[in-house]
Ligand binder design. Structure first.
Ligand code: HEC
Length: 161
């Protein structure tokens, strides 16, 4: 039996608690939603975070070497969009499995988790806007602020690895 978690089409967000639970054979379905296997959803958020980390590492190297930052405008903008929808990748039914490192608090305090993701999204947007100006020092500052949002969320909602 395949366990199936579902998530709504990402607009309303899990934090809003809009799901109508309806049990069905072998899975969970919510009204107005599409079905995605839980493992696939967990894999998506983990691989996405690894992509984020790769980008952050490249940015860090540029900050340290005082390299050009204009090229990071698009990547930081994409990161902002990623975090804008990040919380919707954590619907009920994805608390465990596929080696997830998410803490139960991301579900019991879904609003706090969504706020942490929104903070990261806003910080990445600010970083993108700053990258466009090419101002190295300002970029370094916004980069630090973004890093703070990663740490804040991980501390509250992610198991240590
Ligand atoms: C809103 C909360 C939140 C924010 C903000 C956040 N993370 Fe995470 N991150 C998580 C959670 C939760 C997981 C665990 C996901 C899972 O295993 O299902 C995770 C996992 C990861 C992983 C491990 C992925 C894997 O292979 O399992 C990396 C790397 C990571 N985050 C980097 C970052 C970086 C870098 C930032 C900031 C740019 C960031 N995260 C911001 C919540 C967050």
């Amino acid at each position: 039996m395949t366990f199936v978690g579902t998530f709504s089409a990402m607009r309303t967000g899990i934090a809003a608690g809009v799901m109508l639970l309806a049990a069905s054979a072998g899975g969970i379905a919510w009204a107005g939603s599409v079905s995605v296997p839980a493992d696939q959803l967990i894999e998506t958020r983990q691989s996405g975070q690894d992509v984020v980390y790769g980008l952050i590492s490249t940015m860090k190297a540029a900050v340290e070497s005082k390299g050009d930052v204009k090229g990071f405008a698009d990547g930081a903008g994409a990161m902002s969009r990623w975090f804008a929808n990040f919380a919707s990748l954590f619907p009920p039914g994805t608390e465990t499995g596929h080696g997830t490192k998410v803490k139960p608090e991301a579900f019991s305090d879904a609003a706090g988790f969504a706020k942490a993701a929104a903070d990261a999204s806003a910080a990445a947007k600010a970083l993108s806007d700053t990258a466009k100006t090419g101002d190295q020092a300002a970029f370094a500052e916004k980069f630090k602020a973004l890093g703070g949002t990663c740490g804040a969320c991980h501390k509250a909602y992610k198991e240590k690895t």
